[in-house]
Design a protein around this ligand. Structure first.
Ligand code: NAD
Ligand code: MG
Length: 407
């Protein structure tokens, strides 16, 4: 146990699923962690409850009207919390000198600007918002490295890989600093596990009729709506492939996606001597969050240790790219390089929202993404935030055109 001052945390996306899991871990360690700022998009009700409970210095609502509503409610309740709004508010609570740690748990491209800012400010960054890394790739990793940010993967697979890597690589307190050292330590492959989602065994015809309610009901993990749909299409695994590529500087040809329906092994690393190291645990995000918060120490997370006798059986299968074309599109986007992964991510966000709105069917998600990738101009140079945001905006307008033609 440390005797130091508690770590000051800014939690981006506090009202979400990762936000709730983070607060659950933090609650168990009041001497180690303090909530400096909480942020959300529009959910004033949830944010007010969180402010009552946590009494943060700042609460940020991305939406201006929601900020006004929260401000008025908190002031009636004589709260000390200062309410900020929009991107400037998010940037302020990321950049503040007092902040040690930023938990990046906004969903989608909306998280890019504040997450990148946290890397630039040299914070300890707990990365859940995989879309931010998928979009900014090299820029994000370079920014984190140049500014001595401590980049901790929260995504369960990447956290598992981090845990299976040798201590000698992680002693610099950052996965970023492992880059280019892999050859000398004999890492051969990464095995990225996937549950296969709720429709793992369904035929293409059955997938045609999937409803949003069915898609968001994941068998093993309790998550936000967007990532739940991504898990059902296997887009989530494709985004994670891109995430692993950047985090661990691993050639895509050396990363295997393994369908493992029990979600007990969270990923594996294969070494040249034939060893395969795996990280196992109950599927509960509080474990990787606690690991990423406390590393290199270990703290309790509220998750029960895995009872291996209850699990009894572990299955492994190859992914089926024909029934789940989103994963194939991710491989293609990585091969294309440049802005292709930005286009893929933007098209997916719009297509998933259209599916959740019942405007398109489940199988149409991949169709819309593929059409957008064919139509969009893929640019080579996406080295600045402006380039990235431009490619994202362009892709969104093409996806919307594709959707308009569909109906
Ligand atoms: P969620 O939908 O439950 O929560 C999203 C949060 O982001 C909310 O607090 C919301 O207010 C905020 N938000 C949404 N749009 C915003 C905007 N435009 N501006 C500012 N804030 C905005 O999502 P989640 O499941 O918690 O996932 C968050 C991120 O973590 C995603 O990138 C997801 O891929 C990743 N992740 C989630 C899990 C999981 O188990 N839920 C696991 C691994 C990775
Ligand atoms: Mg994951």
């Amino acid at each position: 146990m440390t005797s130091a001052e508690p770590l000051q945390i800014t939690l981006l996306g506090a009202t979400g699923s990762i936000g709730a899991s983070t607060l659950d871990v933090v609650t168990r360690h009041p001497d180690r962690y303090q909530i400096y700022a909480l942020t959300a998009n529009t959910n004033v009700e949830a944010m007010q409850l969180l402010c009552d409970r946590w009494n943060p210095r700042y609460a940020v609502m991305n939406d201006v009207e929601s900020a006004a509503e929260l401000r008025s409610r908190l002031s009636s309740a004589k709260s000390q919390t200062v309410v900020l709004e929009g991107e400037s508010g998010l940037l302020q609570v990321v950049n503040d000198q007092q902040v040690d740690c930023v938990v990046a748990a906004i969903v989608g491209a909306a998280g890019l600007v504040p997450t990148l800012a946290a890397a630039k400010a040299g914070k300890r960054v707990l990365l859940a918002n995989k879309e931010a890394l998928v979009m900014s790739g090299k820029l994000f990793i370079d920014t984190a490295r140049e500014n001595n940010a401590v980049l901790m993967p929260v995504d369960s697979e990447h956290n598992a890989i981090f845990q299976c890597l040798p201590d000698s690589l992680t002693e610099h307190h950052s996965s970023v600093k492992m880059v280019n050292q892999q050859a000398c330590v004999g890492i051969k492959r990464i095995l990225l596990t996937a549950s296969g989602g709720p429709f793992r065994t369904w035929s293409t015809e059955q997938l045609h009729d999937v409803t949003p309610e069915q898609a968001v009901a994941h068998p093993n993990w309790d998550m936000g709506r967007k990532i739940s749909v991504d898990s059902a299409t296997l887009m989530n695994k494709g985004l994670e492939l891109i995430e692993a590529y950047w985090l661990f500087d691993m050639d895509i040809a050396n990363i295997d996606v393994v369908i493992h329906p029990q979600s007990v092994i969270h990923s594996m690393v294969t070494y040249t001597d034939g060893s395969v190291l795996a990280q196992l645990g109950n599927p509960d995000m509080r474990t990787p969050i606690a690991h990423a918060l406390a590393w290199p120490e270990r703290i309790s997370s509220g998750v029960e240790p895995l009872n291996i006798f209850d699990v009894a059986k572990l299955d492994f299968e190859q992914p089926d790219l024909a029934r789940f074309p989103c994963l194939r599109l991710c491989y293609e986007a990585i091969k294309k390089g440049g802005s292709a992964t930005i286009v893929l991510n933007a098209a997916n966000e719009i297509a998933v929202a259209a599916f959740l709105d019942e405007k398109i069917g489940f199988n149409d998600i991949a169709v819309v993404i593929e059409q957008t990738m064919e139509k969009a101009k893929i640019t080579e140079d996406v080295s600045s935030l402006e380039d990235i945001l431009e490619a994202d905006a362009m892709a969104r307008s093409i996806t919307n055109e594709c959707l308009a033609v569909m109906h």
